[in-house]
Design a binder for this molecule. Sequence first.
Ligand code: ATP
Ligand code: MG
Length: 541
Amino acid sequence: MADAENFIQQFIDEDLASGKVSAIRTRFPPEPNGYLHIGHAKSMYVNFGTALKYGGTCNLFFDDTNPSKEKTEFVDAIRRDIEWLGYKWEKEVYASDFFDVIYDYAERLIREGKAFVCDLSADEIRETRGTLTEPGVESPYRNRTPEENLRLFREMRAGKYRDGEKCLRAKIDMASPNINLRDPVIYRILHETHHRTGDKWCIYPMYDYAHPICDYLQGVTHSLCTLEFEDHRPLYDWVGVELGFSPKPRQIEFARLNLTNLVMSKRYLKKLVEEGSVHGWDDPRMPTLAGLRNRGIPAGAILDFCARAGVTKANSECEIGYFEAVVRDWLNLRAPRAMAVVDPIKLTITNYEGEEEVDFEINQLDPSAKTRKIRFGKTLFIERSDFSLDPPPKYHRLKIGGCARLKSAYIVRADEAVTDANGEVVEVKCTYFPESRSGADTSGIKAKGVLHWVNAETCADAELRQYDHLLRDADYAGQDFSERINLESEHIFSAKAEPALFEAEDGTAFQLMRTGYYKKCAEGGKLVLSEIVSLKDNFNK
Ligand code: ATP
Ligand code: MG
């Protein structure tokens, strides 16, 4: 047996050892009411990953018991995102597939005196539920006979009552210390068209009642969910016991993934989209999987992050910097290097004529990557910040009379700066040293600085996009998201890029040397380089 990596796997090992279960089955249970976000990636990592580890299976289970918020558009987006992460589900199942059986089970509970139709309003039910220190008050409808309950429940189903006029409640214990067991509502009336069952139903089961049944009917052995369901587990187990499930699925809860500077609630993300604060669900600043994909973050890096963050039982908030560090590490090993200049000034090599190709290392950390040819010439662009007329001490970039290496090419010495009427440098005139060619340097000249550059003759114009976090740091704990939203989080620059970037396949992630990790895409013939993650690691692992 595989070694347990976390407490969930320890429980599973126990269940396998005791013979309670033989083959492991889990399910990933999204509600199709929005797009998946990075928190869901964690849930997938736990559900799919655990099944994979034990050679078991994981279903994709759409929890569609709430017709007012669910849409087919979301179902399709959810499928796409799971596939992108690379997970394969065994079966695609919907809670609504089981509506008939769930209904039959409710009739059974009624016949056995374990459920009753209640006429109290939602408010009245809340008011009589009691508190953590005081028991609840029993409903005056609690002692209806099974015959009467069955008749009323069938009338509910037949559409005789309006929304909220009646409901079906489990008959458990109004004095239970666990409020979830105080005669919870298990069916409600809702005259609403369902995205799959249409108008067949006007009563819908509640999550806490439907979920254990759906788990059981799918043969789920371990129902892995987040900690907020811990207090609901007694109800999950009650349903299993009363309906005689064998083997009974086991619910195990783990901590949600929370990240600083990211909103993780679908409801709030939806608001951002609807108010136009972002370009859409797949805006590169969004924590949705569609957004992260559009940002250029590789699926592998997200799974790597989930693995490194671990599966725990304690809620906590993870630094966004940690996530970024994982993405950076992942890309550092795999992303081809390229050069682009964000704020260009012209560099002219006065003693150079003609042009030649130099060898550029694609990725020194990737043993399979080799070199590619780039064209060197007399007129180049370098970064404005790589030249100084008034250099501080120990300045290793270019200064008048000083030397620096042009990446993969030659060492140059700056001789003269041409300035415009405002004193702004517009051109740096240099001398190059023919014996200093990279890989065959016999010049003996020392140059500490290595500068990135592009060839002015062959370079492409690019639009460079950089992003800040969508949420500013909180000023105090618990500050509302809406006060932290950073609407000016997208910054656009024009840049000069190597032609190789123009020719690269859309979606490729590059390390733009000394600038950051960027995704290449073409928008209407225009080269766009959009930031995936900065180069600087300001997270302290
Ligand atoms: P939201 O509050 O964003 O709408 P949700 O929990 O309502 O999230 P569901 O579609 O019901 O979203 O979630 C599907 C599964 O993903 C659930 O089992 C849920 O516990 C899990 N999940 C949701 N958010 C996170 C998170 N941040 N970390 C880990 N698991 C999560
Ligand atoms: Mg939910």
